[in-house]
Design a protein around this ligand. Structure first.
Ligand SMILES: *Cc1c(COP(=O)(O)O)cnc(C)c1O
Length: 234
């Protein structure tokens, strides 16, 4: 794929995002694009940076580490933001804290504590989201709805090197993206309930290439889009 098609895919994506926001009576600025660059090589990521993208999502610590250091060595003032959107193992918390501006996938007290400790060691306030699992798929990570309130509370009350900004979910894959809608609505309702308890959770990370418009309609503030930008992953 050449530059032109990357640029046109990105501009098409922004148009669809704006349209979805406006149709829902929201401002397009309320929704940020996280360009999911997992499996994408750094030449293509550089093209995406040239095309104006600044926020990238990776699902593996190791892969992100290589790419980010490689990019930094080539671009001296790399003004990009990196988000971890994949499952994080406790033993990689240290690297995640060094690399990522926002971790979308905190899913246990133990992991939250580990990330907090590592952040404290390097004097960082780590921005995080808590991943919520709203389906009963065994392969998915995330805390259940019932576990979520206690986890949010522990993070806010005890873990001072974490800045909890919101929650994230990933519905099961459906051919028909409309079937994702109840999952997105549920995440928003959960956020609203948490806010009634006094937790401030502005960010809702939900929606991918096939269902981001529906997620935006349901209140997404961050959509994580990979294949609609970079093409199908092999
Ligand atoms: C891969 C991935 C995405 C992006 O998926 P696309 O369908 O390519 O847009 C979003 N979120 C998570 C957690 C992912 O792993």
């Amino acid at each position: 794929m050449d530059d032109i098609s990357l640029i046109s895919r990105i501009s098409d994506l922004y148009k669809r995002m704006s349209h979805a926001a406006m149709k829902a009576g929201r401002s397009p600025e309320e929704v940020r694009l996280i360009a999911v660059s997992k499996t994408v090589g750094i030449e293509r990521i550089k093209e995406a940076i040239d095309a104006g993208l600044r926020v990238f999502g990776e699902n593996r610590v190791q892969e992100a580490r290589k790419k980010i250091s490689n990019l930094k060595s080539q671009i001296s003032d790399l003004k990009t933001e990196w988000h971890l959107i994949g499952h994080l193992q406790k033993n990689k918390a240290k690297y995640a804290v060094q690399l990522f501006d926002l971790i979308h996938t905190i899913d246990s007290v133990g992991l939250a504590e580990e990330v907090n400790n590592e952040a404290q060691k390097i004097g960082k306030i780590q921005r995080i989201l808590v991943q919520i699992k709203l389906s009963d798929e065994v392969t998915k990570h995330g805390v259940t709805e019932d576990e979520s309130m206690p986890l949010l509370e522990i993070i806010i009350k005890n873990l001072k090197n974490l800045k909890l900004e919101g929650i994230m979910t990933m519905p099961p894959y459906f051919e028909d993206p409309r079937r994702s809608k109840p999952f997105f609505a549920k995440l928003r309702e959960l956020r609203d309930r948490a806010e009634k308890r006094g937790f401030h959770l502005p960010e809702l990370s939900m929606g991918m290439s096939n269902d981001f418009e529906i997620a935006i309609k349901e209140g997404a503030t961050m959509v994580r889009v990979g294949s609609a930008i970079f093409g199908e992953r092999r």
